[in-house]
Structures are given as C-alpha cells and as structure tokens.
Design a protein around this ligand. Structure first.
Ligand code: DUC
Ligand code: ZN
Ligand code: ZN
Ligand code: ZN
Length: 479
C-alpha cells in the first residue's frame, strides 16, 4: 500500500516547497499537488509541518566490543532509537582486532546488523597492515559496497594505526576510489600523558580531558591531512572537537585540498566542566574521546559548521551504562569511552542551530543528512526528498517541545548527556522505507527490516583526483 504525505513543506538542502509526497515500494514516486494516487493509499497530514530527508548519522558504534566490555546498544535498539529521533540511516564501524582479517570482521558486523530496523551501512577500520589487508580492502570496495575506511590514530596497544598503516591504507584508498577517514588524536601522547597523570595520583574522570588536550588532536589532524596531501587523496575527519583541528582543516581546504570534517552534537553543546562533577558516575558518564572541550571551542565548532569548514554532524553513539563505566573506578584510563545521542542529534541541532539563527532549515538538512549522503556516495538515493529517492523521511514539527531525558528516551543507556534540556522542534512522524515507523510518540518497527546500503566507490571525485594528481602533483626526479 502506498503512503501519501499531504500538505507539508518539503525542505531539501537546496530549496523548500509546499507539496504532497507519494511513496510506494519504499521509494518516493511522485511529488506535487493534486497527485493521482491509489484510493487505498494511507494518508499522513503534514500541514504546518516540514517534510525532510531522514537524518543520516555517519558515526555510530552499536554493540561495539571495546575496552573490555560491549556497548549496551545493539543494532535493533539503536536503530529504533534513531528512528524515534528522525534519523533513518546510520553508518556504523566494523573494527577488526589487530591481525584479524578485515573480511572476517565485516561478516561478523553484518550478522549483528541484520537485526536493524532502519537502513545501515559500514565504514571498515584499518587497524594494522599487510598484504591481506590490501586485498580485503579491494574486496570490500568492489564486492561489498564499502567506500570508506577508518583509521584510529589513538588507542595505543589496541586499534591504533601507525603511520605505516596510515600511509599504505590511504594510498590503497586512492587506488580504489574510497574515502579514508581518521579519528585524529596522537595515541602516543595520550598514552604518555595518561601514565603521567596516574603516577601523580590523578585517577578520576577529571584527568580524562587532561590526558587528551586539544594539541593532541591538532597534531594528529595535521599529520593525517599532510599524509593525504602528499598522496593526493581526499580525507574525512570524524568528530572534530577543537579549534586546533578546525584550523588545520580550514587551512587545507583554503589550499584546495579535499578535506571534510564532522562534528558531534555533544561537542557542539557540552564543555569540559562535565568532568569536574563531584558525582563520579555523572563525570564518568561523559568520558568519551575526544573529550568535551573548554567552552571557547564550542563557538569555533559552530562557526566552522556554519561556514562550511565542517560539513556533517554525527553522534559517535557508543553506549556504556553506569555499571560498565564503573570498571574505571580506580583508574580513569579503564572507563569505557563513549556517549549516546543517536536519538537526540536532530533535536539538539534544530534547537541550537535553527532556533538560534545559526542555520536555515535548508542548511539544517545539509548538515543533518545531505552532506553525509554526498560525501559517502549515497546521494540522491539518501539525503533528499526527490522522485526516485528512498522514502526515508522525517515529518518535523518545529513547534513541538520535547524534554530530553534518560527516563523517556529509547536509547539503551541509563544516562543522557543532554538530560533535562527542553528543545523546541522534534519529529512528529518518521518514515522508513515508505512506512510509518514512529508517530504519536510510538515506535512501530520490525526487527530486521533495515537494509544494508551498498556505497559504491566514487568515480566522479576520484576521476578528478587522479587527473589533478597527474597534472599537478610533483613526480619522481622533478621533486
Ligand atoms: N571514542 C569513543 O568515545 N568511543 C568509541 C570510539 C571512540 O573513538
Ligand atoms: Zn570512531
Ligand atoms: Zn573516534
Ligand atoms: Zn567513534
């Protein structure tokens, strides 16, 4: 049965227009007024509301095995929470252990994710290097629709990618037409500072941000950007959290380099005072990396998002409950890193972005959905309201007030970093694959209904990149 959304204002990244939307077989079939649709179509009244492409969260970690435990949110609960917040697709991370074959890890994550209720896709992390990694990257791109690879520059003695891995993997990305991405923190420095702080008797969560200061991120951002520049490959930086990293991206973009940056809702809104809370549990609940920053960085991040230095927003949704965080009771380096937000991101972004005059409604759509779809090569299938696009939509009520709280959220975690905040602007109805999955505050989801979204390599960007490199990169002896 088809679905007719009547009378709403369609908001895309490029324009807004009042029109009806008719969906069938999971796809948008018609847009206009006085549409000719089957008489049995389900009708949703969107008068006075906005019809936007569903949010895309390009950075989540559902049921991630990490730091001796497993993130409490699985693909079923996590994608359901996403839908309740108007996000209709996530891009999660396959993270192989060092020496584990990439294909084996990919198959494991695909198994877990088969329970998803909304569409999903994967970045795959390159945590080590040898010929088999080179081979598997090719298989993932050419046979499995993975067109982005993640590199953790932090987490020494675990998943940290050394420069050797970064250089080889970035170069392989260039060959394959895939996007390298980095978590930019200098893991050697973090390790050193952690040991120093512990030796000085600083064992609580207040030491966490001290072990990962902003220069640690700035150094890694610069290193990754310069490696990408030398090789002539584009680069995407996840969770950019501070001025130092923003400055490196801005400089590189100013010089014509294809460098993209993502910012988390949490980093836009919270500062490092959360780690000085006298309640150990509340402070530990905010332990994530990179940490929340001194207040002045928030204004820098907002400006960078407004000005286009940063293009996407995400959450790094990685849930650990109080009892899991307690593993680090006597040693802050053992507190599992991660915070939630997949359900809250759009509401926070609307309230602080649109309601505060920082973003237009169209710019909101760009940073909540469209830009991620473009950068990760799933546009216009995702990220826009257009005939032929997937019917993944959120009907947004700009006047609806919503109190964010762990007591009422759908996320499988006992804490909410935005606890107690009342936002104005919230999802009225969420539509996934042409079906109403959230309305009147109720979820109506089907386990396993989510589809794996293949993301092909980037012919257009990489054709230009190759041509540019041939014409403009210094070669061999000329250098
Ligand atoms: N940071 C986190 O806080 N959690 C998961 C991984 C990461 O990089
Ligand atoms: Zn990450
Ligand atoms: Zn990270
Ligand atoms: Zn992450």
């Amino acid at each position: 049965m088809g679905l007719l959304i009547k009378g709403g204002k369609i908001v895309n990244a490029d324009a807004s227009v009042i029109a009806d939307v008719y969906c069938e077989d999971g796809v948008i079939k018609q847009i206009g007024t006085d549409l000719d649709v089957p008489s049995d179509a389900e009708v949703v009244d969107a008068a006075g509301k906005l019809v936007m492409p569903g949010g895309i969260d390009p950075h989540t970690h559902m049921q991630l095995p990490f730091m001796g435990t497993v993130a409490s949110e699985d693909f079923y609960t996590g994608t359901a929470a996403a839908l309740a917040g108007g996000t209709t697709m996530i891009i999660d991370f396959v993270i192989p252990d060092p020496q584990q074959p990439l294909m084996e890890a990919y198959e494991t994550w695909m198994g877990w994710a088969s329970r998803s209720v909304a569409d999903y896709s994967f970045h795959v992390a390159v945590t080590w290097w040898d010929d088999s990694v080179y081979e598997d990257m090719g298989k993932l791109v050419n046979e499995h629709g993975v067109n982005s690879f993640k590199h953790f520059m932090a987490y020494k003695n675990a998943i940290m990618a050394e420069d050797e891995t970064l250089v080889n993997s970035f170069n392989r990305c260039l060959e394959l037409g895939a996007m390298p991405t980095v978590h930019a923190e200098n893991g050697e420095l973090v390790y050193h500072l952690q040991k120093k702080l512990l030796a000085a008797g600083l064992t609580g969560p207040e030491a966490h941000p001290l072990s990962r200061p902003t220069e640690v991120e700035g150094e890694a951002a610069n290193r990754a950007i310069r490696i990408a520049q030398s090789l002539g490959v584009p680069l995407y930086l996840v969770h950019v959290s501070c001025q130092e990293a923003v400055d490196e991206i801005a400089r590189a973009r100013h010089e014509g380099q294809r460098v993209y940056g993502e910012v988390l809702a949490g980093h836009l809104e919270l500062d490092d005072s959360v780690y000085r809370n006298e309640d150990w549990g509340a402070a530990a609940a905010h332990v994530m990396s990179p940490p929340f920053r001194p207040k002045k960085h928030q204004a820098v991040l907002w400006s960078a998002l407004q000005g286009g230095t940063l293009q996407t927003t995400a959450t790094d949704h990685c849930c650990f409950c109080a009892e899991q965080k307690a593993a680090g009771k006597d040693d802050f380096t053992k507190i599992p890193n991660g915070t939630a937000g997949v359900e809250d991101r759009l509401m926070i972004l609307w309230d602080s972005g649109v309601n505060q005059g920082r973003l237009t409604e169209n710019e909101f759509v760009s940073v909540a959905s469209t830009n991620a779809a473009k950068i990760f090569n799933i546009y216009p299938r995702k990220g826009c309201v257009a005939v032929g696009s997937d019917a993944d939509l959120v009907i947004w009520d700009a006047n609806k007030e919503h109190l964010i709280s762990a007591k009422t959220h759908h996320q499988n975690i006992d804490f909410n970093i935005f606890e107690g905040r009342t936002v104005k602007g919230a999802p009225d109805t969420t539509i996934s694959q042409g079906k109403v999955v959230y309305a009147n505050g109720e979820l109506n989801v089907v386990e396993g209904a989510g589809n794996y979204v293949q993301r092909p390599a980037f012919p257009t960007i990489f054709d230009a990149v190759q041509k540019y490199n041939e014409l403009h990169q210094p070669k061999g002896v000329e250098r």
